[in-house]
Design a protein around this ligand. Structure first.
Ligand code: GRF
Length: 187
């Protein structure tokens, strides 16, 4: 039986698309569902092209959990991959999928994580701190932002002339290379 994974994304969804492409034709992993909290997120366009149904839940619906769980059950979802999803995952959802929810963070946790640390803000903070390197962290999801057990990290160097955008581009390359591989390895 293939593992059926839902992807949660709030933004562009380049990781979501990359993961789906990586596993296309796989008999072990299926990605039948994309969930967002942003109706206008570009990830919906990508989902359309990929022919994967995508749904939006409001913040209220999301924290109610029931409607989300119903949809996940309807699609026989076994695991959840967060790919740029900005809402906190409610406890009930975590309890429903023990060790089956992972997230990718665009920096080397435990530094540069926590509430409000997402997207460009992370790369700006890394730059301002004068870090010689940054990277990605893939971790299990618990009740706190960016706090669950770390599964994998990859690093890349930063030079003093790198802008936050340049750092983001380097990190995205790492994300696209490693996120699918880690999913394949742990599940
Ligand atoms: C990635 O940098 C990811 O690490 C972070 O949000 C970003 C999502 O990028 N959590 P994309 O929407 O997959 O392009």
């Amino acid at each position: 039986m293939p593992l059926r994974i839902a992807i949660f994304a709030s933004g562009s969804g380049s990781n979501a698309e990359n993961i789906v492409h990586y596993f296309s034709g796989s008999s072990e992993f299926q990605f039948p569902l994309i969930i967002s909290n942003q109706p206008n997120a570009y990830v919906h366009k990508r989902a359309e092209t990929l022919k994967i149904p995508s749904f939006t839940f409001t913040k209220e619906q999301f924290f109610d959990v029931k409607p989300v769980l119903e949809l996940l059950t309807e699609y026989n979802i076994d695991a959840i991959v967060l790919a740029g999803f900005l809402l906190k995952i409610p406890t009930l959802l975590i309890q429903h999928f023990p060790d089956k929810i992972i997230n990718i963070h665009p920096a080397l946790l435990p530094k540069f994580g926590g509430k409000g640390m997402y997207g460009a803000r992370v790369h700006q903070a890394v730059k301002e701190a004068g870090e010689p390197e940054t990277g990605i962290t893939i971790h299990y999801v618990n009740e706190n932002y960016d706090d669950g057990n770390i599964i994998f990290q990859a690093r890349c160097p930063i030079s003093a002339t790198d802008t936050a955008e340049m750092i983001a581009a380097k990190v995205h390359l790492l994300e696209h290379e490693y996120y699918p591989q880690v999913i394949e390895k742990i599940w």
